[in-house]
Structure formats: structure tokens, C-alpha cells
Design a protein around this ligand. Structure first.
Ligand code: ADP
Ligand code: MG
Length: 320
């Protein structure tokens, strides 16, 4: 056993490259310099073994996910990531696990420009809390509360993939594709939509990341904005792997209520949709119009013929 301090030094010590880091890992707290004219954007999320990911999920994926779910919150605010804190609760010190976990964490941290500046390390059932800190030019952050009647409702990427991947991982669905299925990778390695989030600043009227399921999260955006929406369920984009691997009758429920996709759902003027979709395509992300914001509260789902559609379950909620 190397001990707590040796472990921190080996796997989580300063990797360099952190802009605005006056003092990083090693003191009682980090000292950070927020750029002039910017606001600090702070988000924290915990992932717990057996709740947010299966116990046998690969360690590299857990390291990636722990940071990715937080960066997704920064993306939904239109923020640029700068720093991260990592509170790690581990059942044992397993060097192979730590090697993989930290590789997954550091790879995404480096790619997203997040410097790890501190954290905490304790023994207990596996749980990881990350705090992501970023910045936005003052007054430009995307929020949930700006959607207006007449706006278009849009979503990035494809939906339901992560929930389908988790189902495949657990054996709820079977597939003939050998090796790790692309849908499982969508669960294990979600890609926070950071570049898109920044491109939405000044264009989107409201934005949220889809972590608990499309209906649930769009519901939060509508409530915060004091509006409702009409959602065209057949317009919700599905991926090719989903259409190949998942029975047709299961796809809609996964896309509407499945969590963990970490795509962005947002509202914007109808006249802005085309330009945004083109800008998103340049960034390598698909943007799809899936409905319209309306004055009357509530989310009304309709099918391709315009008939009312009852989606059933809405999404994941703890304590329910
Ligand atoms: P304290 O007892 O003052 O809270 P700790 O022993 O918890 O200090 O941590 C020592 C230093 O190592 C601190 O700078 C802390 O931020 C950092 N640290 C601890 N655990 C981690 C971790 N998992 N990742 C990154 N930094 C960590
Ligand atoms: Mg501590």
C-alpha cells in the first residue's frame, strides 16, 4: 500500500498546462485566477458504483464519465472549462484500476483544457465527485429560463444511445456485433458538447444538457422559462447503431426517456435554426429541430401525423 499521499502524487499530481492556476494540487486549497471580464461557472456531480454505472464498468470509462458529466453542465451554460476538483472514494488501492481511471480522466481533462487543481481521497464504497469550473464572458451564459413562445426546440446528436448501450452492457438486449458495441461506448464515453455550447451563446434563448432523459430535461427548461412545447416524437434523431441493434418498438422510449446521452437541448428563434445547424455541422455535431415552444405550459408529444402521443415514462429520478 503506497498510502494516500503517494497515491495522489502518482496519479493526480500537477500535469501542467493549467492557465490561471496560481496554486494547484498540494496545498490546502487551490488558488485560481478568473480572467478579467468573465464570470466563474461552477458545477458538481457525483457518480456512484451501482447507481450511475455498473460495478464492472471499465475504470477508464469511469474516469472519463466522472469528468464528462460535469463538463456537459459547463457546455449547457456555454462555458469554457478551466479547472476541475476530484473527490475520490475508493474501496481499495488497486494500481491497475487507478492507472486506467486516471488515464480516462486526464485524457478528457487535457482535451477540454481543464486542469486538475485539487480534490480529496478517502476509503469507502466507490463514488466519484467532480467539480468543474469554467468561465464565460460576463452576461453571456446560456440559461434554462429564456425560451419564448414561437421559438424552435432543437437537440444535438442522437438520443437514446447511452440507455441502449447500458441495456446491451447489462444483457437486456442482445446483439450479433462482436466486441464492444458502439452504443456501449456512447454510455461509457459520453462526449460533452463544449464547442456547440459556446456556439449557442448569443443565439439559443435557453439550453439544458440531456442527462436524465429528453422529456424530463426539456420539461425542466420549459418550467424554468414559464412556457410549454409541442414535441414531434418522430423528429427525435436516432443513430444508425440504434436502428441496427435495437428492436423498433423499443427505440422511441429509449430516445425520449433514456438518460446519459449528454446532448444539448435548446430553444432558439426559428430563423436561427438553419445557421446553427450549419455551424454545428462544422463542429462535427448534428443539430435537429424537434418541436416548437408554445405559450401554454406542459409538453405535448405528437407523432408524424400530428396525433397526440403518450410517451409513458419521462426519465430517471432518484428517490422515486
Ligand atoms: P487536506 O487534508 O488539507 O484536505 P488532503 O490530504 O485531502 O488535504 O489533500 C492534499 C492535497 O492533494 C490537496 O491539495 C488536495 O486538493 C489534493 N488532492 C487530494 N486528493 C486528490 C485527488 N483525488 N485529485 C487531485 N488532487 C487531490
Ligand atoms: Mg482533504
Amino acid at each position: 500500500m503506497a498510502g494516500e499521499f503517494e497515491l495522489i502524487k502518482r496519479y493526480f499530481a500537477d500535469r501542467g498546462g493549467g492557465a490561471g492556476v496560481v496554486l494547484g494540487v498540494g496545498d490546502d486549497a487551490a488558488l485560481l485566477d478568473v480572467p478579467e471580464g468573465h464570470e466563474l461557472v461552477a458545477a458538481t456531480d457525483t457518480i456512484v458504483a451501482g447507481v450511475h454505472f455498473p460495478e464492472d464498468c471499465p475504470a477508464r470509462a469511469i474516469g472519463h464519465r466522472a469528468l464528462a458529466v460535469n463538463l456537459s453542465d459547463l457546455a449547457a451554460m456555454g462555458a469554457e472549462p478551466r479547472w476541475a476538483l476530484l473527490a475520490l472514494t475508493l474501496p481499495a488501492e488497486d494500481p491497475r484500476w487507478l492507472e486506467q481511471f486516471s488515464a480516462g480522466f486526464h485524457a478528457l481533462a487535457a482535451r477540454s483544457g481543464s486542469a486538475l487543481v485539487g480534490g480529496d481521497t478517502t476509503r469507502g464504497p466507490l463514488a466519484i465527485t467532480v467539480t468543474a469550473l469554467g468561465s464565460v464572458p460576463r452576461g453571456t451564459a446560456l440559461r434554462r429560463d429564456g425560451a419564448r413562445a414561437g421559438d424552435a426546440l432543437c437537440v444535438s446528436g442522437t438520443l437514446g444511445d447511452a440507455a441502449a448501450g447500458l441495456g446491451l452492457f447489462r444483457g437486456d438486449f442482445t446483439t450479433r456485433v462482436p466486441g464492444v458495441h458502439p452504443l456501449i461506448l456512447r454510455f461509457e464515453f459520453p462526449e460533452p458538447r463544449l464547442a456547440l455550447g459556446r456556439a449557442l451563446c448569443g443565439v439559443a434563448t435557453a439550453c439544458i444538457d440531456v442527462s436524465d432523459g429528453l422529456l424530463a430535461d426539456v420539461g425542466h427548461l420549459l418550467e424554468a422559462s414559464g412556457v410549454g412545447a409541442r414535441l414531434e416524437v418522430d423528429a427525435v434523431p436516432l443513430s444508425v447503431p440504434m436502428e441496427l441493434a435495437i428492436p423498433a418498438e423499443r427505440r422511441r422510449a429509449l430516445a425520449l426517456a433514456g438518460g446519459d446521452d449528454y446532448e444539448l437541448a435548446f430553444s432558439c428563434a426559428e430563423s436561427a435554426v438553419e445557421g446553427l445547424a450549419a455551424r454545428a455541422a462544422e463542429l462535427g455535431v448534428q443539430v435537429t429541430r424537434i418541436g416548437r415552444i408554445e405559450q401554454a405550459a406542459g409538453l405535448r408529444c405528437v407523432d408524424a401525423e400530428g396525433a397526440a402521443f403518450d410517451p409513458g415514462a419521462r426519465g430517471y429520478e432518484h428517490f422515486r
